[in-house]
Design a binder for this molecule. Structure first.
Ligand SMILES: [Zn+2]
Length: 73
């Protein structure tokens, strides 16, 4: 059973990490991009997106040809 203190700690760490991640992403130049399955909003269906290989931010939508190339691999 998780204690109240532990929950509070998790929430704090989480918002702290989110803040750091946001900052890192805003400073990242997203130079190395890869096509990856992303799962937005906890959705079980993956959607293909161009993402930064470093910070994993979604940076664009792949075109039909790019998706075909990706699925061939
Ligand atoms: Zn990036």
């Amino acid at each position: 059973m998780i204690s109240d203190d532990e929950i509070k700690r998790l929430i704090r760490t989480n918002s702290d990490n989110n803040y750091k991640l946001k900052k890192a992403r805003s400073e990242c130049e997203h130079i190395d991009r890869v096509i990856k399955f992303t799962y937005p909003c906890g959705c079980s269906f993956g959607t293909l997106r161009w993402t930064c290989s470093l910070c994993e931010l979604t940076v664009g939508y792949p075109g039909e040809e790019e998706i075909k190339e990706f699925l061939k691999k």
